[in-house]
Design a protein around this ligand. Structure first.
Ligand code: ZN
Length: 203
């Protein structure tokens, strides 16, 4: 199982980090060991002083596929959830400046939190899925899938040009604006539409 993450998929988030908009979806990976196991908190790692939350819609791949054509892309996921792409922003900045890969800032153990999944068909408007993140009870990020630069189906098509998608793989679809730091003692609550889906404590 692998975790594929999309970067720079919401215009306002690109602006807040002073990044440029990529023509094609930008992706990177996290290994299976990045997943926070059920019931465990996020343990703040000692190699970073600026860990950020990024809430993202996450889809679970339900069908093996490579070179998936746009008209078939929606058949490759039936379930959706929300997750946090924890990012060591200070380390990522150093990587960007040096032109180095991001894994050290993005793929570390515990860098991915994921909720349970619900059927996409149960959503009232699958074309515009709303999700939000609360930190210590206050809304810090609010996203609409309609604001994605590259929609979910386009992400499936693009990634599968390069990487075979397997059943159980997760795809994090990028974060909207409002990313920010966490510290020990914080509580993150993840919502999909009006439903609280998941909670992560920072230790
Ligand atoms: Zn992200």
């Amino acid at each position: 199982m692998k975790i594929i993450c999309i970067g720079r998929n919401y215009q306002e988030h690109i602006a807040e980090l002073n990044n440029t908009t990529p023509e094609a979806p930008l992706f990177f990976m996290k290994p299976e060991t990045a997943l926070i196991r059920a019931g465990l908190p996020f343990f703040y790692p000692d190699f970073s002083e600026d860990i950020h939350y990024e809430i993202e819609l996450v889809i679970r791949i339900c069908k093996l596929g490579k070179h998936i054509q746009p008209r078939f892309a929606s058949k490759y996921y039936k379930e959706i959830g929300v997750g946090i792409d924890f990012t060591a922003r200070d380390i990522q900045q150093q990587c960007k400046e040096k032109g180095h890969p991001w894994e050290v800032a993005k793929a570390f153990d515990g860098s991915a939190a994921v909720s349970n999944f619900i059927p996409v068909d149960d959503l009232k408007n699958p074309e515009d899925i709303h999700f939000l993140l609360k930190k210590n009870g206050e809304t810090v990020q609010s996203g609409h899938s309609a604001e994605m630069i590259h929609p979910l189906d386009a992400l499936i098509t693009h990634v599968s040009k390069y990487v075979t998608l397997k059943i159980g793989d997760l795809l994090f679809s990028g974060t909207p604006a409002g990313v920010g730091p966490v510290k020990s003692g914080d509580k993150l609550e993840l919502f999909l539409e009006d439903k609280k889906m998941h909670e992560v404590l920072i230790k």
